[in-house]
Structure formats: structure tokens, C-alpha cells
Ligand binder design. Structure first.
Ligand SMILES: Cc1cc2nc3c(=O)[nH]c(=O)nc-3n(C[C@H](O)[C@H](O)[C@H](O)COP(=O)(O)OP(=O)(O)OC[C@H]3O[C@@H](n4cnc5c(N)ncnc54)[C@H](O)[C@@H]3O)c2cc1C
Length: 450
């Protein structure tokens, strides 16, 4: 008889925790998961899924305008926020149920409540102690609002999906992908949307040309961009807020959304007392096998703050389950992780930016194409598409691909496979295009612009 109740005790039923628990149980381990908020974690409840649903909703706004040029007469269009919000709620409740069943069917014991690590092999949930040979911290991240007067009047991405009413005007603070996505969503839903960012251009880390291009496109779609602007103070009362900016301007809005980053969610977990080492950002430090400084305790996903994306947490979970209970797997590969930003139009990217490629010493040939998509010749929309490919002139290897345009994420996912396979520009050139598409542009770029 084992001295432990479980082989693995997972804290947090988000992307990484659920994947690890299911896989480990499938490999024969006795697994428990505790969760204190919502099955499926951030992605399902207040992240990727509701965000993409709201982004679809916002696209309809533009689509009604675009339809006129194709002969559709759409009269008296009206948007009802509560329908969207409540349909979203129902869909997420359905997903919560699926996650719960999936874990149950895999033989995982599900424990509702907040977990606290009380020993290298012991977790306490709702007054009950469980002994486990190994513990996995998969507690994700939590939105962070910097110190500012009136910060209690602001909301975060945790609250924004379930607002009682749609604001007429709102301020979004931040320059990361979550901030710009919400700016596109709310502008598309008809809200007067101000994006305030203290830097000179948002989306740091993305290709500079892409960043500038998206700023122009978002402006065309009505988002009011305030760069080099700090929020000095929030005042007023919920629903009637005054936002004082460093420019001297004061904006009158109904909501202020702070999307200024997320911190690893380790508060109250009890791990520091056990000697689990955290880095300066508060992220749990792990080795290549996701083991913390306490050998029986592991961590993965957003709480280790490597790459905060669901597919990365899933890859880490798959690796760890096989590493601990299976025959082993190669470590997750963090190179060529494709990613999309669901702005309007979408951004998607894989590989190096132009600046990174140059910094790494590549002789870079830059292929670039910017055009008005065929659809918009009739729609009358001024939206433009940008495609960019970076090639190493010595090896002919494609180093990076970047796109701003409709369904960019769908297109770049395929490109990521090519880059992962080490495709050269010659391979792209030898590939026949699909006509008429925007994506065919990637196989017909003949002359570098620099
Ligand atoms: C607005 C937004 C949009 C996003 N969009 C995308 C996107 O488009 N694509 C993408 O790939 N990623 C996106 N992400 C990121 C993605 O959601 C995360 O990378 C992913 O959810 C990380 O998974 P995780 O398992 O590490 O943590 P999480 O999914 O956050 O799960 C952690 C879970 O642990 C629970 N928990 C925490 N502490 C305890 C405790 N002590 N006891 C019990 N339970 C606990 C939490 O309640 C939560 O359910 C988005 C995030 C946000 C906020």
C-alpha cells in the first residue's frame, strides 16, 4: 500500500493542469486536481475562448458595412450586448461541463476548492490534507494593475466579459496583445474606444513594421490611440469615470480596462515557506523537466512565465506527464512558436522579427507585400493587408513570416509547419499558390524590397 493518496496532485484545472492530469491518468497514475474558480482555467473562462467569440461579434459590425457593396441592403442594424454576453456564458458553462466530464472519465479525482501546499508531499484543500508523491503547480497568472489613483474604479480582463451594460465610451490601458485585442473588439461593437499606452508604439516584441501597420489599420477602424500617454488618475463613480492623462486631457468614459500584464499566481500557495524558488517577477523557477527547487514539486504554464500561451502550457503538460509516468518525450521546443493577435485586422507571426534577425547576424532579405484584399475592391473598406517574409541570404532559410490581414492566424499556422521543417525560400517559390487567396502571396514574392 502506497504511503501517498495520489501519485500526482495538480493545483489548478487550467490548460496546463488539465492536460497533465488527463495524460498522467491515462498513463496509469493516480491523479487528483483541485480548482477553486472555474474548470478550464483562464483560456476557457476569461481568455482565449470568450475573447475570440467577442472578436467574431465585433467583426460582424464591419461585415454589415462591407456587405452593401455586394448588394446586400441591411437596414436598422442593432447590437445587443446582453445577447452576446449571455450566449457566451451558456457556451462556457457547456465547456466547463465538458472539462469536468473529461477529467472524471480519465479517472482523475476532482476536488473543488483552493489548494495550499503544506509540505513537499502534502496539499490542503478546504481543511482536508492529501498526500501525493508529486505536486504540480499549474495555477496560471493573474491580471496586474499598477499603482494609480482611483485604481479600484478600473476593471481587468477578468471582469470585462461580463459587464452589465456595454459602455458608450471606454479607456483601455496597456500596449500588449490583450489590450489591443480588446480595443479592436470594443471599437467593433460600436464603443468609443481609447487605447492609452505609455510607450511610443504598442505590441513590443512584434516586428516593427507590423506594429506601425496595425496602428494605422486600427485608427482607420476608429480606435483612438494615445501613445506616449500615461494615466495619471481615475475619478468619479462606477459608470461615470474621468480619466486624467499625462497629455493634460481628461476623458469621460463609462469603463476603464487595465490590460497591463499578468503576474504568476502564487499568492497564498504556501510554496515560499517550503523553499520553492521564485524569480524576480514572482514566477516559479523550474529546470528543463519543470521541477522546482523542491524535487517533489513541479510547475508549468503561466506560473513559470516562459511563454504565456495555451498551446505552450499544453505542450509542457504533455511532456511532463510522459516524463513522469510514461516512456519520456522530447522537451517542448520553444522555437518557432506561431502566435496570433485578434486585432481587426488580425496579426499572426512565426519566427524572427526583422530586428531580431539582423541582431542575430543574419544577412536578411526582406520580402514584403501590402495590398487591398480582393474582397475590399467591392466592399469599399480601406482595410489593407501586409505580408512579410524574412530570408537568410546565405542559407536561403526562411527566418520569419509576419502578416496583418483577415484570418492571419489560420494562414500562419500552416506557415509555421513549413518553418519548423526548415523550409527555404526556394521551397516557397516552388509551391503552387491557391488562387484567388491572400495566402498565395507568400509563394509569389519574387523580389526583396531590401
Ligand atoms: C484575455 C486573455 C486572452 C488570452 N488569449 C489567448 C489566446 O488567444 N491564445 C493563447 O494561446 N493564450 C491566450 N491567453 C493566455 C492563456 O489563457 C494562458 O496562457 C493559459 O490559460 C495558461 O494556462 P495555465 O494552465 O498555465 O493557467 P490557467 O489557465 O490560468 O489555469 C490556472 C487555474 O488554476 C486555478 N488556481 C489558481 N490558484 C489555485 C489554487 N491555489 N487552488 C486551486 N486552483 C487554483 C485558477 O482558478 C485557474 O483555473 C489569454 C489570456 C488572457 C487573460
Amino acid at each position: 500500500m502506497s504511503q501517498y493518496d495520489f501519485d500526482l496532485f495538480v493545483i489548478g484545472a487550467g490548460s496546463g493542469g488539465v492536460r497533465t492530469a488527463r495524460m498522467a491518468a491515462g498513463l496509469g497514475a493516480r491523479v487528483a486536481v483541485c480548482e477553486d474558480r472555474y474548470m478550464g482555467g483562464t483560456c476557457v473562462n476569461v481568455g482565449c475562448v470568450p475573447k475570440k467569440l467577442y472578436s467574431y461579434a465585433a467583426h460582424y459590425g464591419h461585415d454589415f458595412d462591407d456587405a452593401a457593396g455586394f448588394g446586400w441592403q441591411v437596414e436598422s442594424v442593432r447590437f445587443d450586448w446582453s445577447t452576446l454576453r449571455d450566449n457566451k456564458k451558456a457556451e462556457i458553462a457547456r465547456l466547463n461541463g465538458i472539462y469536468r466530464n473529461m477529467l472524471g472519465q480519465a479517472g482523475v479525482s476532482l476536488i473543488d476548492g483552493r489548494g495550499r501546499v503544506v509540505g513537499p508531499h502534502e496539499v490542503e484543500v478546504a481543511g482536508q490534507r492529501y498526500r501525493a508523491e508529486r505536486i504540480l503547480l499549474a495555477t496560471g497568472g493573474w491580471p496586474f494593475i499598477p499603482e494609480v489613483t482611483g485604481k479600484e474604479l478600473a476593471i481587468t480582463s477578468n471582469e470585462v466579459f461580463d459587464l452589465e451594460t456595454l459602455p458608450q465610451a471606454m479607456v483601455i490601458v496597456g500596449g500588449g496583445y490583450i489590450a489591443v485585442e480588446f480595443a479592436s473588439i470594443f471599437a467593433g461593437l460600436g464603443v468609443e474606444t481609447h487605447l492609452c499606452y505609455r510607450g511610443s508604439l504598442f505590441l513590443r516584441g512584434f516586428d516593427d513594421e507590423i506594429r506601425a501597420f496595425v496602428a494605422e489599420e486600427m485608427t482607420k477602424k476608429g480606435v483612438k490611440l494615445h501613445f506616449n500617454t500615461e494615466v495619471k488618475a481615475l475619478a468619479g463613480e462606477p459608470g461615470a469615470l474621468q480619466v486624467s492623462l499625462s497629455s493634460g486631457e481628461t476623458l469621460q468614459v463609462q469603463q476603464v480596462l487595465y490590460a497591463t500584464g499578468r503576474k504568476p499566481n502564487v499568492q497564498g500557495l504556501g510554496i515560499e515557506a517550503l523553499g520553492v524558488v521564485l524569480d524576480q517577477q514572482g514566477a516559479v523557477v523550474v529546470n528543463d523537466s519543470f521541477q522546482t527547487s523542491v524535487p517533489s514539486i513541479y510547475a508549468l504554464g503561466d506560473v513559470i512565465n516562459r511563454v504565456q500561451l495555451t498551446p505552450v502550457a499544453l505542450a509542457e503538460g504533455t511532456f511532463l506527464a510522459h516524463h513522469l509516468f510514461g516512456e519520456g518525450r522530447p522537451q517542448p521546443d520553444y522555437q518557432y512558436i506561431p502566435t496570433a493577435v485578434f486585432t481587426h485586422p488580425n496579426i499572426a507571426t512565426v519566427g524572427l522579427t526583422e530586428a531580431q534577425a539582423i541582431e542575430q547576424g543574419h544577412q536578411v532579405a526582406v520580402y514584403r507585400s501590402s495590398f487591398r484584399a480582393l474582397k475590399h475592391t467591392l466592399s469599399g473598406s480601406e482595410e489593407r493587408t501586409l505580408m512579410k517574409m524574412l530570408v537568410d541570404q546565405t542559407t536561403d532559410k526562411v527566418l520569419g513570416i509576419h502578416m496583418v490581414g483577415a484570418e492571419a492566424g489560420e494562414i500562419i499556422q500552416g506557415m509555421a509547419v513549413a518553418l519548423k521543417a526548415g523550409a527555404t525560400k526556394a521551397v516557397f517559390d516552388a509551391t503552387i499558390g491557391i488562387h484567388p487567396t491572400a495566402a498565395e502571396e507568400f509563394v509569389t514574392m519574387r523580389t526583396p524590397v531590401r
